[in-house]
Ligand binder design. Structure first.
Ligand code: ARG
Ligand code: ZN
Length: 501
């Protein structure tokens, strides 16, 4: 969340010292990563306004058809080689073993999928790593590598509608994605004692073969083996107690709700763990690297409190547990990993926890079908920061809105957030102008329509894939108002909208 500029609000006097380090550190990382302060801000220059519905969202199996060869991309116009066509994944079963000393990962992934066309070959996404064996439904399959595409030729043709299981054995030293232009380092990042694993937007392929795009969600089983004394953290809940044999411990995790590949994690290392339940009875898993031991109780407590509060504002919590992880890798950003947001090298202040936990509804339960709709994740999560600050008595959402609005020279006015740019995906406009869009909408339709709308949104699309057009349509239905002009001005025009009343 921190690749965008800091909001211009003074630290509340109640904020513990040190907490803000996360944010300043983030800004610093951004500068270091891109080499220029301005690169952290949205790019200058107007782009032609584009209606939200101009391009269909990617969807499982979509992608340019090549006869019976599954397409090498799922059809996201801005990330053409991300994901794949021809099938829809239902489940990933990942058996992984990681040795921090040699940085070697050994994996065996079984992917259960359903064909949506006849297939004589299909792709998985995989970045580096050596593949030793591929089977489809237990029979040996041929495979070739082409950049980050693993092209698989099953022994016999898969028919449209067939369910099939592809198993891939692989190993090697994972290499994270490095995008100096805008995303920094992400994916599987090794640390002295383990790995920090944050995959947005397309870094899942750095540690497992996948249909690496949020429009193809699936359930996950993880079995992760690490040297004794280390902890392996994945999504969902742990099943059983970790088993130790011959100096190695195996952790078994299951995420039974659909999950986008970029939200999967296998973060490992020396961690202190606290488990328990929130006031409302939701299981909490909090873990911190040793150097953050002083933050464990606060992370645990705030996570439970904020998750419970959001469930009264956004609707029922979509997953079976909540949590958080602070690793000592100084990523300078956080990521909303499903059920367990991760904070990269800083102790998060409550508004950041509020941001990442809001993503459990906006981004995780409701996922975007193409990256240009990212404001549906980041605009909502940023608005949640304002709502939390207001709830905590720090500043009001309205004052946040007005503070941003007052700066007529802010480059975000040139960046219509309704079309997030691949070259500047996590730009300030997507976060802050996205949040302002929601505030403008709230003022237009009133609290008595706005909050029911938000709950209807999370309820109607739970575990699904969403588009901006669907949100606009629902807002019009719930409010009974024509809101096209409002959304067009806030999301799609390269200029500052007229003031709100
Ligand atoms: N979605 C994250 C957040 O807003 C930001 C992820 C940034 N990703 C990156 N590769 N820099 O919390
Ligand atoms: Zn975010």
């Amino acid at each position: 969340m921190s690749t965008h500029p800091l909001p211009p609000f003074p630290a509340p006097t109640t904020t513990p010292t040190g907490v803000r380090a996360g944010r300043s550190l983030s800004a610093l990382i951004c500068v270091v990563a891109v080499g220029a302060v301005t690169a952290c801000a949205p790019s200058e220059g107007a782009v032609a306004p584009s209606p939200a519905a101009a391009v269909a969202p990617a969807s499982p199996g979509a992608g340019a058809s090549r006869g019976t060869m599954g397409a090498p991309g799922i059809g996201d116009p801005d990330f053409p080689s991300d994901g794949n066509g021809g099938y829809d994944v239902q489940h990933y079963d990942l058996r992984l073993s990681y040795d921090p000393a040699s940085r070697k990962l050994a994996g065996s992934a079984t992917i259960e999928a359903k064909a949506v066309q006849d297939l004589t070959s299909f792709d998985l996404d995989l970045h580096g790593l050596a593949v030793s064996r591929v089977t489809v439904d237990g029979g040996a399959a041929g495979f070739t590598r082409n950049k980050d595409e693993l092209v698989i030729e099953p022994g016999r043709r898969i028919s449209n509608g067939d369910r099939f299981a592809v198993a891939v054995d692989y190993s090697g030293v994972p290499e994270p994605m490095r995008d100096s232009a805008n995303l920094g380092k992400y994916g599987f990042i090794s640390t002295p004692d383990g790995a920090f694993v944050t995959c947005e937007p397309n870094g899942a392929k750095t540690w497992f073969p996948s249909n690496d795009h949020p429009s193809d969600k699936a359930t996950y089983d993880f079995q992760i083996t690490v040297p004794e004394g280390l902890t392996a953290i994945a999504n969902g809940e742990m099943t059983g107690t970790p088993q130790t044999k011959a100096g190695k411990t195996t952790f078994v995790w299951r995420e039974k709700h659909p999950m986008a590949s970029y939200l999967a994690t296998m973060t490992t290392g020396k961690f202190q763990v606290r488990t328990g339940t929130s006031d409302k009875g939701l299981p909490i898993y909090a873990a911190v690297a040793d150097s953050f031991h002083g933050s464990l109780d606060q992370l645990f407590t705030e996570t439970g409190k904020i998750t419970d509060y959001w469930s009264t504002v956004f609707g029922p919590y979509p997953f079976s547990s909540t949590g958080g992880v602070i690793d000592d890798y100084a990523a300078g950003y956080a990521l909303e990993n499903q059920t367990k947001p991760i904070y990269g090298g800083f102790s998060p202040e409550p508004t950041i926890i509020a941001h990442e936990l809001a993503h459990q509804w906006f981004g995780d339960s409701l996922s975007i079908g193409r990256w240009r709709d990212l404001w549906l994740n980041e605009g909502f999560a940023t608005y949640a920061e304002w709502l939390w600050a207001e709830h905590a008595g720090q500043y009001t959402a309205d004052s946040a809105f007005r503070r941003y609005y007052a700066n007529a020279a802010d480059p975000m006015w040139n960046y219509p957030p309704g079309t997030a740019r691949a070259s500047d995906l996590f730009g300030s406009a997507v976060y802050n102008r996205g949040a302002m869009t929601l505030h403008a909408l709230r003022r237009e339709i009133g609290d008595d329509k706005f909050f029911p709308l938000i709950r209807e949104w999370t309820n109607a699309h739970r575990y699904g894939t969403v588009t901006t057009q669907e949100f606009i349509a629902l807002a019009e239905r719930v409010s009974g108002k024509n809101l096209k002009e409002l959304f067009d001005a806030w999301l799609f025009q390269p200029r500052r909208p007229a003031p709100i009343t």
